[in-house]
Design a protein around this ligand. Sequence first.
Ligand code: SF4
Ligand code: SF4
Length: 436
Amino acid sequence: MNFVETVRNAGIIGAGGAGFPAYVKMQSRPDTLICNAAECEPLLYTDYYVIQNNIENIVRGILLAKEQLGAERAVFAIKKKRQSLFPSIEKAIRDAGGGIELFALGDYYPAGDEQSLVHDVTGRIVPQNGIPIQVNVVVNNVLTLLQIWNAIENNVPVTERYVSVVGRVKHPYVAVVPVGTPFSKLKELAEPEPGTVLIEGGVMMGRIANENDTVTKTTGALVFLEAENPAVREKTASFQSVTRFSKAACCQCTECTVLCPRFNLGHDIEPHMIMRTLNYGLDATSAVAQAAYLCCQCGVCSMFACPFGLSPKRVFADFRARLKEYTLPAAAHTAEPFNNARKLPGKRLKARLNILDIDVKPEFIGPLPYSGPFNIMIKQHIGAAAQPAVKTGDRVAPGQILSNVRENELGTPVHSPTAGVVTEITEKFITIGSES
Ligand code: SF4
Ligand code: SF4
C-alpha cells in the first residue's frame, strides 16, 4: 500500500476540528508544509499535551509528510506563550537531522485559522473562498501529523484522540479518549459546576452539545460554561432574537469589520454590511451576501467586537445556508495596513468572555478509564456518506473497519476502538458492547 492509501485506510481526518480527509492533502505538491500547533481557542491544552508526550514522533510525521509532498520548507508553528515546549521541540528536530523550522506565533485569536496562519508564516494570502494549496501551502494539525506517523510507521488507524475537558469544572483535565466514548463519562470525571452548559470544541467556534453525544475523531475539547456566559448566549440565542436585536441596535459602527480577521487579510467581507443587508431587507444574493462564503465563523465580531453583542457571525451562517453557490470571481488580495495591530490578544478575549479566572493548566491523566459501550458515528469526515461495514451481532477486533465510503468517493473509514460485539446500528451510529 502506498503513502496516500495508508493514510486513507487509517481513517485520518483533520484532527483540529475540520474533519477533511488527510489523504487528499497528501496528494498535492506544495512548497511549504505547516504543522499547525497554534491551539488558539481559549482554555485548551489538547495540542500542548500531544506535543509534550509525542514530540519525537510528531517530528517524524512532519518529515514523512514533507517528503511525500516534496515540500522545500516545513514549519512547526506554535505560540510563543508555549515556549516551555520549545527546547524539546528543537531537540527533537535536531535529533531527526533538521529540516523543520520552529515558528513562534503571537498570542492572538484566531492564530490557528488556516488563512491567518499561512499569512503569518509565508506572507501569502489564500484567495478568498480558496484553500492554502492555491498559494503552494499545505497545513496539517499537529495531531494529524502524529497520526500520519503512526499509520505509516506502525499501520495503526485512528481510534482515540486527546481531549481537553475544561471550563467551570472542579477537575480540568486532558485525556486520551477512545472514539465513541459518551460525553457523560468525560463530564463525570471533571465535575462541572451545577447549571453549566456543555460546548464541544472551543469556546469561540464550538457548538452546544448534549452529554449523550460521543467523542469523534474531531472532538478536541469539551468546555463547560455558565449559561450567562457571552459565548453561551451567542450560541443559544434563537435566530429570531438575533435578527430582532440586529434591527433594533446595529448602529453601523463598523467595529465588527475593523476586527474581522478575514477582512484584514483583504478579503471582500464586511460584517457591518451584512447587518445592513439584513436590517433593510436587501438582496440576499448580492456581493455583500456572498461574503457568507468568506466568513470562517471565528466569532470575533459577535463575541468581542460588537459593543452590543450582536452577531454578524450568525447572520452570515444563515445567509450561507440559503445561498446556493459562490459566484464572485477570484481576486488578488492585499492585507489591510493595520492587520497586525488589529490582531485580537488572547488575554483580552478571555477577559471579555469572563473566563480569566478559569484559565488554568489542566492535568494530563493519560487514557480515560472507560471500557464501553461505545457509540461510534458512522461518518466523521467531510465528504461522501459512509456505510456500515459490519452488521448487528458481529464480533469486532480493535482497529477493525466499522464503516467506509466507496473507493472513488471522498472520505475515510471509521475503525473500532475496542474488541466487542456490534449491538446496534442506526442511521448515524454503530454501538459496540462488551464481548461477554
Ligand atoms: S459592531 Fe455591532 S453595532 Fe457595530 S456595525 Fe457591527 S454589528 Fe453593528
Ligand atoms: S465570524 Fe465575524 S469576525 Fe469571524 S470571519 Fe466571520 S464575519 Fe469575520
